[in-house]
Write a protein that binds this ligand. Structure first.
Ligand SMILES: Nc1ncnc2c1ncn2[C@@H]1O[C@H](COP(=O)(O)OP(=O)(O)O)[C@@H](O)[C@H]1O
Ligand SMILES: [Mg+2]
Length: 392
């Protein structure tokens, strides 16, 4: 049976937890997000992806009225159910006028709650399929356009992921495509901050400690600014802290960042971790980085096979060959033959890279005319073009 995706929004973490417990193990229901931030209501309504949003009782009808008025059309696709301490007839009338699907007393039984969610879901699904049949638009159309999420991955350490992620982020700012956030998701041994010569006050560990209570202002204040304009969300300073970071929080972090920026560049480690899977769901582009050595290409091929099994859309993948053209390595033709795909970008090997890495400055601003930077800028243009990917 298809599960109903439910989002919970309330002012207090404790009351979110109470409703969460009521829905625990409920058959056919999956709580995909919880938040104390009303911006999430705005966001989920404009996305039209989740089926049901439960709001309250800490937030009352007056708090949500402006958002619901703005999204009156979206409310046909996404059902909002208000939870209130007490429901009066006037209250109900007011809510129905706003296209709220139902109002429930928070002290209602679990059965009532489940039944209301199910009913609300069925109404939305019916509207949705009718609109699809009629060929009417069902895509989001309001709010801040969601950022492009670029994941830089490569199933082998040392192939140049962090070098690429840092330079792409800075390159996008140089070409005025910002605001750009660079998220270091290599939680165990991230080195984005050091590659950019930064000494962060806060890391992802501090920011994700209270992910449900985190609002946009707080998040913005916690990012570390780089001189180029890029804002960095650095990996934890101590590797033991990585174990406290959940994939749910990682996914939510990207969703939140995507509401406030034009680009999110995510640096990763070399594993198909739950964190990676949580962000792949949201990725618009996946740069698969490999160097031109046999083990790296073997792992690239394996990685592409895994992505295929995960049904990750092929047109979102960009193959980036790093340290291309070294005489001892494989030729691009040999690599394309092995992986059965075209290489989308080839970045040469050059000593300017380790020089810049060691200085903590990006190549793309330190040596903008070097062949490495020229290729990096081409990739920046490709990522910021209207239509990206092979689309074949
Ligand atoms: N194109 C290149 N030319 C020369 N050295 C490079 C190049 N790309 C990466 N390197 C070097 O390789 C090292 C590993 O790169 P890094 O980005 O940290 O890899 P990863 O993040 O995949 O583990 C860096 O110290 C960098 O100096
Ligand atoms: Mg790295």
């Amino acid at each position: 049976m298809e599960k109903v995706s439910v989002v919970l929004i309330d002012r207090e973490v404790q009351s979110l937890q109470r409703v969460r417990e009521l829905l625990e193990d409920a058959p056919g229901i999956e709580v995909v997000d919880r938040s104390t931030d009303l911006h999430e209501l705005d966001f989920h309504l404009s996305q039209r992806i989740v089926a049901v949003i439960l709001v309250g009782p800490g937030y009352q009808i007056e708090d949500v009225t402006p958002i619901l008025e703005r999204h009156s059309v979206d409310l046909a696709f996404v059902s909002v159910i208000l939870l209130a301490e007490e429901v009066s007839a006037g209250h109900l009338r007011q809510a129905l006028k706003l296209n709220v699907r139902d109002v429930l007393e928070v002290s209602c039984s679990r059965e009532d709650l489940l039944e209301t969610i199910q009913r609300a879901y069925e109404i939305s699904r019916k509207v949705y399929s009718e609109k699809v049949l009629l060929g009417e638009g069902i895509t989001r159309k309001e709010g801040h356009p969601r950022a492009r999420v670029v994941v830089v991955f490569g199933p082998k350490g040392g192939c140049g992921k962090s070098f690429l992620a840092t330079n792409l982020a800075v390159g996008l700012e140089v070409r005025k495509k910002g605001p750009v956030v660079l998220f270091d998701m290599n939680y165990q041994s991230g080195d984005v901050a050091i590659m950019l010569g930064l000494f962060p006050q806060y890391t992802v560990y501090d920011v994700m400690a209270d992910i449900d209570g985190l609002d946009k202002e707080m998040l913005s204040r916690s990012l570390t600014p780089h001189g180029s304009g890029v804002k960095v969300l650095p990996a934890p300073l101590e590797f033991q802290q990585a174990q406290f970071l959940t994939d749910r929080a990682t996914g939510k972090m990207v969703r939140l960042l995507a509401q406030m920026n034009n680009f999110i560049i995510i640096d990763t480690d070399s594993s198909f971790s739950d964190h990676l899977l949580a962000v792949l769901d949201q990725a618009d582009h996946l740069c698969m980085v490999a160097s031109n050595e046999v083990p790296s290409i073997k792992n690239l091929k394996l990685g592409l096979q895994i992505l295929g099994k995960l049904n990750f859309p092929e047109e979102k993948i960009l193959i980036v060959l790093n340290r291309a053209g070294t005489k001892v390595g494989l030729s691009p033709e040999e690599i394309e033959e092995t992986i059965q795909r075209k290489i989308d970008a080839a970045i040469p090997s050059d000593k300017v890279v380790p020089i810049s890495v060691n200085k903590g400055v990006p190549v793309i601003t330190q040596y903008p005319r070097s062949p490495v930077s020229k290729r990096l800028f081409q990739l920046v243009e490709l990522l910021s073009a209207e239509k990206v990917g092979r689309g074949r």
